[in-house]
Design a binder for this molecule. Structure first.
Ligand SMILES: O=C(O)CCC(=O)C(=O)O
Ligand SMILES: [Fe+2]
Length: 294
């Protein structure tokens, strides 16, 4: 059975290796949603100084980027699946339905191989090389930006919970990064509760506190950094969770052409994709070299 790893908040090297190893083997409705989400409307219309303050206080913000680049990346991604499929004498791939068909077929390995190529695709780098990203890094006060690790792509298939991330902070996975490190979560289509947008806990980045994890909600005593530093294959990271009862989660409906930027101390979790489309997203993680402990 081929095991495919969608993605992880991977940054510790061994987890990255783990992902590679296994993956090769193996106008109306929107307006309604916006109105419901008034905090969202407030953020999206803020100027840079207001956003800086909002970010300091809440640990996240939403920012507009070039929609064309986002649409292009999604198109190019579909093309990657098509090229690999036709290279192996299979049908052309035109849309999400065809990708889902490939995923469910005997040639899931072609899906996995395509997935591995996505994070290397130039269209992804066109997004993060845009002027908007420079603005974002300024708002987050990152003076000498550098990737903590290679950008990640998630391809969340409908109702596939395998790669669902329970509540966590990114910081433990990126413990060598600067304390002002950020994730720029970039969906390649509109996201909402149905598509499985990210759920975040406002202000949970405060005091740079890190929380303990638990397996199966038993005892909240797992120090994730310590586990990761052991460099043993800590494969449980998909199964562990912070104590959800401690936090008040909020879904942020991020649209295509927008990004959700958050501190590595902010508590968040995945939303499940309950739609019949694929939820593509990319995660750019930045550290500040001027503050990083390397
Ligand atoms: O996209 C998701 O569902 C989770 C992503 C995440 O936790 C992250 O990028 O840090
Ligand atoms: Fe995360």
């Amino acid at each position: 059975m081929v095991e495919v790893v969608g993605t992880a908040p991977t940054s510790a090297m061994f987890i990255t290796k783990f992902v590679y190893r296994y993956s090769w083997k193996t106008n109306k409705n929107n307006i309604k949603l916006c109105l419901k989400n008034s905090i969202y409307l407030k953020i999206i219309s803020m100027n840079i100084n207001k956003l800086k303050n909002f970010y300091k206080k809440n640990g996240y913000f939403v920012y507009k980027i070039d929609k064309k680049l986002v649409h292009k990346a999604r198109k190019e991604f579909t093309k990657v699946f098509s090229i690999l499929s036709t290279n192996h004498n299979r049908a052309k791939i035109f849309n999400d339905r065809d990708i889902i068909k490939l995923y469910k077929s005997k040639r899931k390995d072609l899906w996995a191989a395509s997935y591995d190529i996505l994070k290397l695709h130039p269209s992804l780098y066109a997004i993060c090389n845009s002027k908007n990203f420079q603005d974002i890094l300024k708002i987050a006060d990152i003076k000498q930006p550098c990737f903590i690790k290679q950008p990640v792509v998630r391809v969340d298939m409908p109702f596939d919970k395998n790669f669902y991330f329970k509540s966590h902070q990114d910081q433990p996975y990126n413990y060598s990064g600067s304390s002002n490190s950020i994730t720029i979560w970039t969906p390649l289509q509109n996201t909402d509760v149905k598509t499985g947008t990210l759920k975040i806990v406002e202000k949970s980045h405060k005091n740079k506190k890190t929380y303990k994890y638990s397996l199966d909600n038993k005892k909240y005593n797992i120090d994730l950094v310590r586990e990761l530093k052991k460099e043993t294959n800590f494969k449980n990271y998909y199964k562990i969770s912070l104590n959800d009862k401690e936090f008040n989660f909020k879904s942020i409906n991020v649209k295509a052409g927008e990004v959700l930027v958050f501190s590595h101390y902010l508590v968040h979790k995945s939303g499940i994709n309950k739609s019949n489309k694929i939820r593509f997203s990319t995660q750019f993680r930045y550290t500040d070299l001027s503050e990083a402990i390397l």
